[in-house]
Ligand binder design. Structure first.
Ligand code: PGA
Ligand code: ZN
Length: 418
């Protein structure tokens, strides 16, 4: 009943129209499938995404090689194992690969299998996926971090900062959180239209108007919050993902304008916009190897969530280093940065022990797969970052959270952010 009979993979496409891998795991009576997402502003230390470099027909982006690996080597190896034994299966996959960054099998092949195994286990047990992670009862819903203006590597508008997000801090439940985001986004659309700018969207569903100053984007959001009858910094907070890896050159940064300036000056400017726009969270304010600057910003800026994404790449060793260095107070969690469900859970557990906020995240290239919604609830993560209220691959995650909220009943609360 519980034994893996075979695994079948196939090439499908992600939200950017790029090839990606879907794996389907079969037991005697059931099967479950999962799709691996893909980033654009990736960290150097992420697990390796394997593609067919030499396949010209797909511009080197196809994944037939890893599909074949799953259908042969991986399927053969996992045949007969108990599908409920996630840690054992993930360890076998890690050992079968045998490299530090999963370069041999490819983290995309490994993760698609790992997630599909998890889903199949829940299906056989007849329990919702969110009930199969760390939390056993007393579930809470995460606050959505909605990326409503896209810049950086996710748009071609010249905005330095990659993501301008809103977080509905005063929402009493997830339904209300969605309503607040909905109203702010609609007011933002009207304000952008009024300026004669395009309301078309970027990779994560946020607007990508042709503006190139961070402050212009921030002013638009502040106005949209006001127009919605809400208070910026109270009802709704502005949060940023700078993705500073892309804005770093020789110990200088071009975060605040095209000009590269020193770390001290960059922090001063951060302080200015934090005060002016009541910004509550900044992800990747500095580059992935610039540990000193991370520590400096932690010392100089208080009461702001400082989030490590490319800094940690969901990797336990890097998280430990960051903790000892006092580099941040929160971590972004992306399954495909590390490559298995078990390793992801291990990182979340450690992060929560040391008092970090855990933010479960999509990738800019994503799919209809809603695994991360269940993961957020099932790990007591207090935030989820999965784009704007546009593009079905983003909305699918929010819709899944609405279903979970409904299942859990009216009394269910939002998770606290510390
Ligand atoms: P990515 O962007 O998926 O393109 O890496 C998301 C992020 O930086 O948080
Ligand atoms: Zn990021």
């Amino acid at each position: 009943m519980n034994k893996i009979q075979k695994i079948k993979a196939r090439q499908v496409f992600d939200s950017r129209g790029n090839p990606t891998i879907e794996a389907e795991v079969y037991s005697k009576n059931f099967s479950a499938s999962a799709i691996c997402p893909s980033g654009a502003s990736t960290g150097t230390f992420e697990a390796f995404e394997k593609r067919d470099k030499n396949n010209k027909k797909y511009l080197g982006k196809s994944v037939f090689g890893v599909v074949n690996l799953v259908n042969t080597k991986i399927s053969k190896k996992l045949k007969g194992f108990n599908v409920h034994d996630q840690e054992r299966i993930d360890t076998i996959l890690i050992n079968l690969d045998g490299t530090k960054q999963k370069t041999s099998l490819g983290a995309n092949a490994i993760l698609a299998v790992s997630m599909a195994v998890k889903k199949l286990s829940a299906k056989i047990k007849k329990v919702p996926l969110y009930k199969t992670f760390l939390v056993k009862n007393n579930f809470k819903l995460p606050y959505p971090l909605m990326n409503i203006i896209n810049g950086g590597a996710h748009a071609n508008n010249g905005l330095r900062i990659q993501e301008f997000m809103i977080r509905p801090d005063k929402a009493k439940n997830f339904t209300e959180a969605m309503q607040i985001c909905f109203i702010v986004i609609n007011n933002l659309r009207n304000l952008i239209k009024k300026k004669g700018l395009s309301t078309s969207v970027g990779d994560e569903g946020g607007f990508a108007p042709m503006i190139n100053s961070n402050e212009e984007a921030l002013n638009l959001i502040v106005d949209a919050i006001k127009k919605s009858g809400l208070k910026n910094g109270k009802d709704v907070s502005i949060c940023l993902d700078v993705a500073a890896n892309e804005l770093y050159k020789k110990k200088k940064y071009s975060i605040h304008s095209k000009k590269f300036i020193s770390i001290e000056q960059s922090i001063k400017k951060y302080k200015k916009i934090i005060d002016k726009y009541k910004i509550k969270s900044i992800e990747d304010p500095f580059a992935e190897n610039d540990w000193i600057s991370w520590n400096k910003i932690m010392k100089k800026i208080k009461n702001v969530q400082i989030v490590g994404d490319d800094l940690y790449v969901t990797n336990l060793e890097r998280l430990k280093k960051g903790f000892l260095n006092n580099s941040s107070n929160s971590i972004l969690i992306k399954l495909n940065q590390i490559g298995t469900v078990s390793e992801t859970l291990e990182v979340i557990k450690f992060a929560q022990i040391i008092g970090f906020n855990t933010i479960i995240s999509h990738r800019s290239g994503d799919s209809e797969d809603t695994f991360i919604s269940d993961l957020a609830v099932g790990t007591n993560s207090n935030q989820i970052k999965t784009g704007s209220l546009a593009r079905s691959e983003r909305v699918a995650k929010y819709n899944q959270l609405l279903r979970i909220e409904e299942q859990l009943g009216k009394k269910i609360k939002m998770n606290k952010i510390h």
